[in-house]
Unconditional design. Structure first.
Ligand code: ADP
Length: 557
């Protein structure tokens, strides 16, 4: 320090501890490097720009995403690097530099190579220490690949939808085709089977002619069975199967099958037994027709594949409950036939499969029987299983749930009356037959005549309505498909006339249908029919329907 005259007097030492400042500045340096590193290596495209839109720093990802050369951009203007930036984006930049935060989740731009690039972005201002805006920060994400994947997925989904619709249309077309085919094939079959049946029963027919007629009848029957199998299978495939539940005696079904198939076992000199365990409940509530179909198929197979020994069909309480928890009843068919190898037993339930290729050559068959039976068993709430030993025999077990709702109707009464000319006396009915096909018309007239009826005739719907209003028949057999006016329209007109005149009695109308489509059957009931009969018409079915009509019973759709 100095005196007043400027002379140096001594020394003053001042020291300041700047450790803290050094530490803070070092730390700041560290955190700045850290921040730089953080931005540079961030797995996202980030860019920091000043208020003049000049680059201060970017992440590596930014350089990659926008195909830039490293080191080329710091200090350069964004608009210099991207000369084609659209005005829309320049406006956004200005808004952000004025303090706004902007974002877009689905934006796009066109690259120099002409390809469109999709991106998500966010732009926000960054602030200096004093609080003023120092520039803007971009965060962007190129989503072109995601977009492409999403577009591909959407395309695939719409293609799948198209294919599904085409498949549905195809399925519909298939069902239509089957309906038409079944109609076309069943109609002439009615003539063949019906007349063969009458011929077999005709008196004074030379013996050889009788055997020819029998051959026509049995060949026709098996043709019809194959046709039915194929139709059944397509219907199961299309999910169009309907079951009609009634109360029925399980024992009676077993006895029926026995009676029906006995001639076949006799021909092959096989013993044919019935084994009914007394502990089995007698009545079931299910589709008796379908159960018969399954048992006929199983028993038919047993006879087909057995050359010596015996066949046994029977009933017993099921050992185990069904999967649904229901108590079950077992129908079983046991044979002492050729058996099925262990590795084949599961496959034979698949469609068109036969245990070995020589089977079809030797025994015929389509390989559909068991597939249909298994489907049917499951559809009725039950199951079908098989066990077998080669050279010893096979047993097929068809289990059904035992469930009879309270107050279920009792089974329909048996036909019971003799099928001859006395029949009409017990069941007096004035019958009108409406059928355009000559062969079918004469066949049904003949069958009716054998039961003692002289029926009125109409050749189409228009004639049917006329005859009905003139003659007031009690019973009408109504063909569905006819020229000029079909059976549905005719029924509607008849019901309308009946409603208009209370003295007009209600005629029982039974549809004659070769068309087994469920929809048609439903329509029959919708237009006011009481019952339906599938062609080919059998004498017993004809008689049963007439009995129902004279008792005033209808069949549920
Ligand atoms: P199909 O009898 O028309 O060939 P199924 O589906 O009814 O068709 O039977 C499939 C196959 O299962 C038969 O071809 C046969 O090989 C075998 N099979 C069925 N039942 C028996 C049986 N009781 N004994 C021996 N093999 C049988």
């Amino acid at each position: 320090y100095y005196g007043a005259d400027g002379e140096a007097l001594g020394l003053i030492g001042v020291s300041r501890n700047i450790t803290e400042r050094r530490r803070v500045s070092d730390e700041l340096k560290v955190s700045e490097t850290l921040l730089r590193q953080f931005i540079q290596h961030a797995p996202a495209a980030i860019a920091m720009l000043d208020t003049k839109m000049r680059y201060i720093q970017t992440s590596d990802r930014w350089i990659q995403d926008y195909h830039l050369a490293e080191g080329d951009i710091i200090g350069k203007s964004h608009y210099e690097i991207f000369p084609d930036v659209p005005q829309r984006w320049k406006d956004i930049h200005q808004r952000v530099l004025a303090g706004a935060v902007e974002r877009n989740d689905e934006d796009s731009f066109i690259r120099e190579d002409g390809n469109t690039e999709w991106l998500q972005w966010e732009a926000r201002p960054w602030l200096k220490a004093g609080g003023e805006i120092g520039g803007l920060i971009f965060f962007t994400k190129v989503i072109t690949e995601e977009r492409k994947r999403a577009d591909a997925l959407a395309d695939a989904l719409s293609l799948e939808k198209e294919l599904r619709e085409a498949a549905q249309a195809g399925n519909h077309a298939k069902n239509q085709f089957l309906a038409v085919m079944s109609h076309e094939i069943r109609t002439p079959m009615t003539g063949i089977l019906g007349f063969a049946e009458l011929l077999v029963a005709a008196p004074n027919l030379p013996e050889d002619c009788q055997s020819y007629a029998k051959t026509i009848a049995t060949s026709g029957e098996s043709l019809l069975r194959i046709l039915n199998d194929i139709l059944d299978f397509s219907r199961l495939e299309a999910g169009g199967l309907q079951i009609e539940k009634t109360r029925f005696s399980s024992r009676e079904i077993v006895r029926d099958i026995h009676t029906l198939l006995q001639p076949g076992t006799n021909d092959k000199h096989l013993e044919f037994h019935i084994a009914i365990d007394d502990a089995t409940p007698e009545f079931l509530w299910n589709d008796a027709g379908r159960i018969r179909q399954v048992l006929l198929n199983l028993t038919g197979n047993a006879i087909k594949f057995t050359t010596e020994g015996s066949i046994t069909i029977g009933l017993r309480p099921a050992k185990e409950a069904l999967e649904s928890g229901a108590v079950g009843v077992d129908f079983f068919v046991k044979d002492t036939g050729m058996g099925i190898p262990e590795n084949e037993i599961d496959h034979i339930f698949k469609p068109f499969v036969q245990a070995d290729s020589s089977i079809s050559r030797q025994y015929g068959g389509t390989g559909l029987g068991l597939a249909i039976s298994k489907h049917l068993a499951e559809f009725m709430g039950g199951k079908l299983t098989g066990r077998s030993e080669v050279g010893i025999g096979s047993e097929f077990i068809f289990t059904l749930p035992l469930s009879i709702p309270e107050g279920a109707l009792s089974a329909l009464p048996e036909a019971g009356t003799l099928m001859d000319k006395t029949f009409a006396g017990f069941h007096p009915l004035r019958i009108l037959l409406v059928e355009d096909d000559n062969v079918n018309r004469s066949l049904i007239l003949l069958m009716l005549r054998k039961l003692g009826y002289e029926a009125l005739v109409a050749k189409d719907g228009i004639e049917a309505v006329e005859v009905h209003s003139r003659e007031h028949p009690d019973f009408i057999f109504m063909d569905l498909h006819m020229p000029r006016m079909d059976g549905f329209e005719a029924t509607l007109a008849i019901r309308k006339n009946e409603a208009a005149d209370p003295t007009h009695p209600h005629a029982y109308i039974a549809a004659l249908t070769a068309n087994i489509v469920t929809e048609d059957r439903r329509r029959c009931f919708e237009v006011g029919m009481d019952s339906y009969m599938n062609k080919p018409i059998k004498r017993t079915l004809l008689a049963e329907t007439l009995i129902k009509a004279s008792n005033g019973q209808t069949v549920s759709p």
